[in-house]
Design a protein around this ligand. Structure first.
Ligand code: WT7
Length: 572
């Protein structure tokens, strides 16, 4: 087998010698730099904001926000005051207490970041929702978590089924001319009046921090709960993997609705006291290159699907911008194609470093580091302090070059604390007690590099987002024309996978392109744009097991023209 590799990069990186650090590093060493290590008072938001505001980084730019209508910079001191105000509004106007669930459903803006950290400062659990979510997606998440408070905008309020959410006591609206009545409160009005002094709620390291809902192959999205202790790994990985240093201008392109947008769009950069760029609005190659150029971005964390879109946009956009400020580039979310890495090397003379982790793992686990040889197509090696292995289905460790279940030995600080309301689901990640089993299949080569092979279950990775086929199927069959539906990921050059739906129609409906479009729109407006099938194929029947489970692997084999494999459990 031919293996292509790029040599280690020379430079003053935070992680100088991977092997040596892997040998000696223990997580408690990383704890020493937090103030709670001496004071005993724990709160992630204090460490990410106030600690810097009270020290030498007081006037350093923390947040630079750019959108088509706004261009604002906030120092760490500003950030302290804004997050204090947010915390005060929530406490005084909604009685938010430690452990309450507060959700934020709004476009990316400075207010979102202030609110998110404000929730954390008062010890509550924050639930960030992606602004593209439609009514069903919003309902599932707020209902499952018994959210007490929601912060949203008047425009997005239309997608909040308030009548179905008995636990929801207060809805803060951010916008113009808000009329305060019933449970609706004008957020900005009270924010302006709120005090910039706040008594931070000190918590235990194992107290709830953030709830991220994520998809599996069956059932509704599950609420992955992370706790304050995750900051240890957010910090250490931001040092070693993102290689954040004093003068960096860092840009993570992910939305805080996804875990990358919080762990590495908020916590990692601010725990390390780094200047963080937030760009509003939608993706455009021009806009993205301009963001790098105008801020002089030095460290850039994005996703394969975005790199592929930039690649597809071609030379003109690239060549008209100066990207020489970039010194370190990283990727997450799906396999990073060697082709993309080669493009990065040619286009901006930098290696793109792949990183592997999951919503459930809370932080990066298997990564490429500048000081290490980069093998194109490999996810890299486990972070110092992390033990990874490939297990067979009985939990035995497999030797190199054998494909199996990618698993991580328990004991890294950012592992999820629980799945909300679903202990059974949580336990299912640990079939062999000590090992977290990821649901990804992979192999490890002789030198300890890990190579991703695919998801073991049917979860679809489309444009870097995890979509559970079950949720899409459930939505599809709500459409009056749809009798049955089976949903799979179909390989796609730009998006990694696209969502493809096989649909059997009810009697009385006729197959047509118009009906396909109508069904697509139904999912798009009912669930979320990124969950809508790009392709729909009508078929007579959906292949199912005798017990009624949709056999997505059969659909996939049909799609790819591959053998269908064992059909002994097929219904008929
Ligand atoms: C799944 C987790 C955590 C951030 C983004 C996604 C896939 C993630 C890689 C990578 C190949 C990757 C895996 C994983 N994935 N990173 N570097 N190479 N696949 O988080 O939505 O929780 O999805 O994304 O399949 O299990 P997520």
């Amino acid at each position: 087998m031919k293996m292509e590799a790029f040599p280690p990069v020379e430079g003053n990186y935070n992680l100088q010698n991977y092997e040596e650090m892997y040998e000696k590093f223990q997580w408690d060493q990383a704890e020493e730099q937090f103030s709670w290590h001496t004071t005993g008072k724990v709160n992630l938001a204090y460490e990410a904001v106030d600690r810097h505001a009270e020290g030498s980084k007081k006037d350093k730019a923390a947040l630079c926000y750019l959108s088509s209508t706004r261009n604002e910079t906030y120092t760490f001191n500003d950030l302290k005051q804004m997050t204090n105000k947010a915390g005060n509004v929530l406490r005084t106007k909604a009685g938010v207490k430690k452990g309450d669930r507060v959700f934020i459903f709004m476009p990316r803006s400075p207010e979102l970041y202030f609110a998110l950290l404000g929730v954390i400062k008062i010890g509550a659990i924050v639930g960030p929702l992606f602004e593209a979510f439609m009514e069903d997606a919003v309902r599932d998440r707020l209902y499952d978590s018994s959210a007490k408070v929601l912060i949203t905008t008047p425009e997005l309020l239309e997608r909040v089924p308030v009548q179905d959410l008995p636990a929801l006591e207060t809805i803060f609206l951010i916008g113009e001319n808000i009329e305060e009545k019933d449970q609706y409160v004008d957020y900005q009005k009270h924010f302006q009046e709120a005090s910039a002094q706040l008594d931070i709620e000190w918590v235990e390291r194992t107290d709830g921090l953030i709830l991220h809902y994520t998809s599996g192959s069956t059932g509704k999205p599950k609420g992955v709960l992370h706790v304050h202790n995750a900051m240890v790994q957010h910090y250490q990985s931001a040092k070693w993997v993102l290689d954040l240093q004093e003068d960096d201008i860092y840009w993570c392109t992910a939305d805080p609705g996804w875990v990358t947008g919080t762990s590495y769009g908020i916590f990692g950069p601010w725990l390390t006291g780094t200047t963080n760029i937030v760009a509003g609005g939608r993706f455009s190659p021009e806009g993205w290159y301009k963001t790098i150029e105008s801020f002089g971005v030095t460290v850039w964390y994005s996703a394969p699907t975005s790199f592929r879109m930039l690649m597809a946009a071609g030379e003109p956009a690239l060549k008209s911008h100066n990207l020489t400020s970039l010194r370190h580039v990283l990727s997450v979310g799906e396999p990073l194609n060697p082709e993309v890495i080669r493009w990065g090397q040619e286009s901006f003379k930098k290696r793109i470093h792949d990183t592997w982790w999951m919503t459930e793992t809370g932080a990066q686990l298997i990564c490429n580091y500048p000081c290490m040889e980069l093998r194109l197509g490999s996810m890299g090696k486990p972070l110092p302090g992390v033990e990874a292995a490939i297990l067979d289905d009985e939990g035995n460790i497999l030797p190199p070059n054998q494909m199996g279940n990618l698993a991580i030995k328990k004991g890294w600080p950012s592992l999820m604390h629980t799945i909300w309301n679903n202990q059974e689901k949580y336990d299912s990640y640990f079939p062999f007690s000590d090992w977290y089993v990821s649901g990804d299949s992979a192999y490890m080569d002789e030198e300890g590099y890990f190579w991703f092979q695919g998801r073991v279950d049917d979860v679809i990775m489309t444009a870097g987002e995890r979509v559970g086929p079950f949720e899409v199927e459930s939505k599809l069959i709500e459409h009056p024309a749809v009798a049955e539906a089976g949903v799979i990921g179909k390989p796609d050059h730009i998006r990694g996978e696209i969502i493809k739906a096989f649909v059997a129609l009810n009697d009385g409906y006729t197959e047509s392109d118009q009906l396909k479009e109508e069904i697509r729109h139904f999912v798009k407006t009912g669930l979320a744009a990124h969950s809508a099938p790009r392709e729909i194929e009508f078929c007579e029947k959906i292949p199912k097991t005798r017990s009624g489970k949709i056999m997505r692997r059969v659909l996939k084999a049909w799609e790819l023209g591959l053998p269908t494999g064992d059909l002994s459990t097929l219904e008929d």
